[in-house]
Design a protein around this ligand. Structure first.
Ligand code: KMT
Ligand code: FE2
Length: 180
């Protein structure tokens, strides 16, 4: 994505546009599935993913000002670059939004998620989230065990999750992730 200061809810494509593959995302540790969002309560595929990865915790987050306390502050925090000590797992049931993750050479990659997209960000990856111009998203949040949503804002080079991420993923994407 480009890094100009225009509205964060705009697409921010480079000119000309550049895209990465799902394989590239997988090398960064980012996993993706497309599921049927109309059937999330009985979806066998979702059930299998949750069972295989131990995602026993689940809740729903409706991101609109009427339903979320401190809405503006939360959105601001979501868009502040951060990591977590665990995976961040989000399944988009309605609406849409952007997850930005840091890729090779520390450049932002903007991932547009829409209804049916299930995305897993690995522990320790620098990322942020914003709504797009639709201004609405309904997300399922999954977690292994008791959820911990604590965000650690960049820089976090000494955080164990960051060190673990560097160790697991730099071989694939090169040394560029290190040292910042
Ligand atoms: C609205 S879910 C995505 C925001 C985020 O990165 C987080 O919750 O940690
Ligand atoms: Fe996060």
């Amino acid at each position: 994505m480009d890094e100009n200061d225009e509205d964060q809810r705009l697409p921010h494509h480079l000119d000309p546009e550049q895209f990465v593959s799902l394989d590239y995302l997988e090398d960064l540790g980012v996993l993706y599935w497309h599921l049927n969002p109309m059937d999330y309560e009985n979806d066998e595929e979702l059930h299998k993913i949750r069972a295989a990865r131990g995602y026993n915790y689940m809740d729903l987050l409706d991101l609109c000002p009427e339903k979320v306390e401190n809405y503006d502050q939360k959105l601001k925090n979501f868009y502040t670059e951060h990591i977590h000590g665990d995976e961040e797992i989000r399944y988009c049931l309605e609406g849409s939004g952007y997850f930005d993750v840091r890729g090779k050479d520390d450049r932002w990659i903007r991932i547009w998620i829409r209804a049916g997209d299930l995305i897993v960000l690995p522990a320790g990856i620098y990322h942020r989230f914003t709504l797009d111009t639709s201004n609405y998203v309904k997300l399922m949040r999954l977690f292994v065990g008791e959820p911990v949503w604590t965000a650690y804002n960049r820089p976090q080079e000494d955080h164990p999750a960051r060190k673990g991420y560097i160790k697991n993923f730099t071989e694939k994407v090169g040394v560029a992730l290190e040292a910042r």
